[in-house]
Design a protein around this ligand. Structure first.
Ligand code: FES
Ligand code: FES
Length: 971
């Protein structure tokens, strides 16, 4: 290898370094010099997270070969723009406009903004958007709107049109922080490029840390593994060991939980490293561990396998065919199911047959990839405290510990999990496969510290995705458009492994036709294993699949009756006295008021769209109702601790994992509210989070649960602490006084959802249940333009009226809203992970760029205080990514008459529909899907084979009678 000495002027100073002119990129050199504010996401020039300035021009440093750069060139990185004590106005603007969520893209955006404002100090919003489009700055978290806001604010300050203070969030003088847009505590490090994400931590690990990479053969979706040839790799320079399943002392499986007696799987089917069968394209057969990442990567190429092709079933429909072989020996491919039987129940089909208006169709909801800009990277080492410590993107630290323990065979008490600053996961961080891999590598390599690196294409092939779903559905209405009944058969493709798959099927069983009044229904949701990527958590988990069918049927019904789709929905939303498909009252009834808020906007946009529609560019408006549950229901619990510190501040300990959504600011604002009687300010709160050594188990960052659960637990802790501090005269003891009197200064409390006896898990025979202490609601409206020449649909406007209860931090809720809605738009139009070769990077898989998301992006918050939460709040995430895609799909139909039955609405599908219409042909739904057995026979079978609820003993009493929904909805 021939090296080169070079000097570059970096951030104003000449920096001399030695590099490999062939292999090094500008990014690798900068990062080796310690300037890790420049992040590498995709590594292939498509995401912009590595953006720096080179001789005054923006470049994506990950693809800029160092050997092609002139000596003494000038480089500007995020570190050269500003630092915590000397922040640049752009950095201030990003922090205060809520433009920073996970923050992984942030340095790239800030450098890009710096270049823009040098060139054009007074850009319009459209020019800002053009700039980020041209320079390929991609953000997966924010939905872009708050980023453009930040740029406009920074430009004003830089032009001296306003003072810096004018663009900063002002802290309320009355110390009423709840609901205000507090800046996220972690934002400062992120805007300065000082937050160390997984790759940065790896780069900074001590000497002798080993580096592990995957051996991911990518040869087949289903194969018998006959042999792994690792001898040649083991002889390669620097290789420590090639780790295979045979080296694992534990079971090599993650934990398993059964949620319904109808589950036929007997245990976890996910081997961390392949044993005797490859179950999907991204399966990992070995880990190559070496002294450097480069050595490990070179050696990994030398590992080969002998394999024998097995029949591949890449979709539910293939796996459910009667002649399909079992993918997993212990259970059939269709392995669990959840029915809904309400009102006329089994007689519903007959009611539908006889109804005046009936629509039916089959709908496919696609395999949506999460596409965080940061992929996956994990470190594992034995700490000096005797704990095997795993640093990762953990989304449920304590459950992840359980998974690692299960896989490795180590006792859970010997494992510590720390969440690294996380470049978002949107749900896949719940799965512990890669966390377990790093732990396995550490244990197999004589307890040496190991850093596991995964390239973006490897990550795409390896990670779980949103489970696709195939639904056959029917909906019946009377002459006035009032719903008589509905029927559905939904099959969810859970991919190669069963983790949580039987929990997933409870989601369509809650959200099909939510939040309408469906008096009679007969429904079934089934789950099958296939040979594609396994299904995993993703914001809105399990609900978008339901809305894909039910919100299409609602629109189809409106068309059939000749009624406005808004009016049909207004007529059928649930009102006090109506029950949901689980036969309980909705927890609250804000639906009518939310529609009243949307109505004038709908009328205006509808009129404008009709006026501006042309034969070449047709415009339309679509509506869709969505919503989600809050918490994991009867299983949920949350533990936190509060401590009075010697300096008079308060430490809050929790595992409110920050996946980009703002776990830090959530913990801050709820703690401030809980300790309000003490008159605390943000500076008084010290957050100690997401390290199992110090923090109690606050549960997963999932199911829109953290804000709801954490606020309950922190109120309990605050009460205990304040009671302990309170003197007889009502004043409060200081830390010294507490210690002097021997009063403990730290209080750990746990809130348990099971204490809420109104909760009831779904009945395995009927779906009757009351699974959540609150719901969230979102009414989505999209305005779409369809280019009739190409079939390309663009979302040009979006409105969402939501009700997530009292808002704790408006900036965080807005962030989740814009972010979730932007995923909805992508899900409708471009995103997919089906073709493992084409979809192996964010561009190929259709991540929305800034021009795919409208700037005309509007939120209307309707806040019904939740009576089961001390602050009136619920959760604020998943409603925003529940049904928005169907607003877009319905808008396409409204614009040009093309109903898209199978997502995503690629231009060629719309074009095909337009061509059909031009020929006078009808656009028919796909042929009814066969989901493993005849729907009616299966429902009859369930009726004749009732099963006992697994959780019956936990909750013997049905407290339906004492249940009080919220009907007093504020205006
Ligand atoms: Fe360089 Fe994505 S463009 S990391
Ligand atoms: Fe932009 Fe997360 S904040 S990718």
């Amino acid at each position: 290898m021939k090296l080169r000495k070079m000097t570059l002027n970096i951030n104003g100073a000449d920096r001399m370094f030695i590099c490999d002119p062939e292999k090094d990129t500008l990014a690798s050199v900068i990062r080796r010099l310690g300037l890790t504010g420049t992040k590498v996401g995709c590594g292939t020039g498509v995401c912009g997270s590595c953006t720096v300035m080179l001789n005054g021009k923006l470049v994506r440093s990950c693809t800029k070969k160092i050997g092609k750069i002139e000596e003494y060139s000038e480089v500007l990185t995020i570190e050269g723009i500003g630092a915590p004590r000397y922040l640049h106005p752009i950095q201030v603007a990003f922090m205060h406009a809520g433009a920073v969520q996970c923050g992984f893209c942030t340095p790239g955006f800030i450098v890009s903004t710096y270049a823009l404002l040098r060139e054009n100090p007074s850009p319009t919003r459209e020019e800002v958007r053009d700039w980020f489009q041209k320079n390929r700055n991609i953000c997966r978290c924010t939905g872009y709107k708050q980023i453009v806001d930040a740029v406009m604010n920074a430009a004003k300050v830089m032009r001296s049109d306003c003072a810096l203070e004018d663009i900063m969030v002002k802290l309320p003088e009355d110390k009423e922080y709840y609901g205000k847009p507090l800046v996220r505590p972690a934002a400062l490090a992120k805007v300065c490029g000082l937050a160390d994400y997984g790759d940065d931590i790896e780069l900074k690990m001590p000497e002798n840390t080993l580096h592990a990479v995957l051996v991911q053969p990518k040869v087949a979706f289903h194969a018998k593994l006959k042999a792994i040839h690792k001898e040649e790799a083991e002889k390669m320079p620097g290789v420590y060991k090639v780790v295979t399943a045979a080296d694992i002392k534990g079971p090599n499986r993650l934990g398993f939980m059964q949620f319904t007696p109808r589950t036929l799987a007997s245990g976890q089917s996910h081997p961390i490293l392949v044993e005797d069968k490859i179950f999907n394209y991204g399966d990992v057969v070995a880990l190559v561990v070496a002294d450097t990442k480069a050595h490990a990567q070179e050696a990994a190429k030398k590992v080969t396998i002998d394999w024998e092709q097995l029949p591949e079933y890449r979709t539910y429909l293939e796996a459910a065919m009667p002649d399909a072989q079992r993918i997993h020996e212990d259970h059939p491919n269709v392995w669990s199911e959840q029915p809904n039987v309400k009102g006329a129940g089994h007689d519903t089909p007959q009611l539908i047959d006889e109804a005046p208006y009936v629509v039916e169709g089959s709908f496919y909801s696609s395999r949506e990839p999460h596409m965080p800009i940061e992929g996956d990277t994990v470190q594992a080492y034995w700490g000096d405290d005797g704990l095997l410590t795993v640093h990762c993107k953990a989304m449920q630290i304590y459950s992840n510990i359980g998974d690692i323990a299960e896989a490795t065979g180590l006792p859970a008490e010997k494992i510590r999990v720390v969440e690294n600053p996380t470049g978002a996961t949107f749900g896949w961080g719940i799965a512990a496969a890669t966390y377990a891999m790093a732990a396995i590598a550490c244990l197999a390599c004589d307890d040496m510290p190991v850093a596991l690196s995964i390239t973006y294409p490897e990550f795409m092939a390896l990670s779980g995705k949103r489970a696709p779903a195939y639904t056959n559905g029917r909906l019946a209405c009377d002459e006035n458009g009032k719903i008589i009944g509905a029927e559905w058969d939904c099959g969810m493709d859970h991919g190669s492994y069963n983790e949580l798959g039987d929990d997933l099927i409870t989601r369509p069983a809650k959200f099909m036709f939510f939040p309408y009044n469906i008096p009679n229904c007969l429904g079934l949701t089934r789950v099958a294993c296939t040979n594609h990527n396994y299904g995993t958590a993703y914001r809105g988990y399990g609900s978008p699949q339901a809305y894909t069918a039910s919100e299409a049927l609602m629109d189809m019904m409106a068309k059939k009756i000749g009624m406005d789709p808004f009016e049909l929905r207004y007529k059928n939303i649930a009102r006090p006295g109506d029950t949901n498909i689980n036969q309980y009252p909705f927890r609250e009834y804000p639906m009518e008021k939310m529609m009243d808020l949307m109505r004038p906007i709908y009328e205006e946009v509808k009129e404008r769209a009709a006026k501006e529609s042309t034969p070449e560019k047709k415009r339309g408006v679509g509506i869709a109702w969505g919503g989600y549950n809050v918490t994991e229901g009867i299983f949920d619990q949350c533990t936190v601790a509060l401590e009075l510190l010697p300096n008079g501040k308060f430490a809050k300990y929790d595992t409110w994992q920050d996946q980009g959504q703002g776990g830090d600011v959530g913990a801050l604002v709820t703690t401030l509210e809980a300790l309000k009687p003490l008159g605390v300010t943000p500076d008084d709160i010290v957050l100690i989070q997401n390290d199992s050594k110090y923090c109690p188990d606050s549960g997963a960052t999932a199911s829109s649960r953290q804000h709801y659960m954490n606020s309950k637990a922190v109120v309990m802790a605050a009460d205990e602490l304040m009671n302990a501090m309170r003197k007889p005269d009502g004043t409060y003891r200081t830390y010294e006084e507490m210690v002097a009197e021997g009063i403990p200064t730290k209080y750990e409390t746990q809130y348990n959802n099971p204490e809420d006896m109104t909760l009831k898990y779904l009945d395995p025979n009927t779906g009757v249940g009351n699974p959540t202490p609150a719901f969230t609601y979102a009414l989505h409206m999209a305005e779409v333009e369809v280019d009739t020449k190409t079939g390309k649909a663009t979302c040009i406007g979006y409105w969402c009226v939501d009700d997530v209860g009292v808002i704790g931090n408006i900036a965080a809720v807005d962030g989740q809203a814009y972010g979730g809605l932007s995923h909805c738009i992508g899900f409708a139009l471009t995103e997919n992970y089906e073709d493992v070769k084409k979809h192996n990077n964010i561009a190929g898989a259709g991540i929305p760029t800034i021009k795919d998301i409208p700037d005309n992006f509007n939120l209307i918050h309707h806040c019904t205080p939740r009576n089961t939460n001390p602050f009136g709040s619920s959760g604020a995430s998943e409603a925003f990514q529940s049904a928005g895609h169907m607003a877009v799909i319905n808008a396409i139909d409204n614009a040009c008459g093309v109903r898209i039955y199978e997502l995503p609405a690629y231009p060629e599908k719309i074009k095909e529909g337009l061509d059909k219409l031009a020929r006078g042909e009808e656009i028919l739904p796909p042929k009814k899907y066969f989901l493993g057995s005849d729907f009616y026979e299966e429902m009859e079978y369930i009726k004749n084979n009732p099963m006992t609820d697994l959780f019956e003993d936990m909750f013997p009493e049905d407290k339906k009678e004492s249940y009080q929904p919220i009907t007093d909805i504020p205006d």
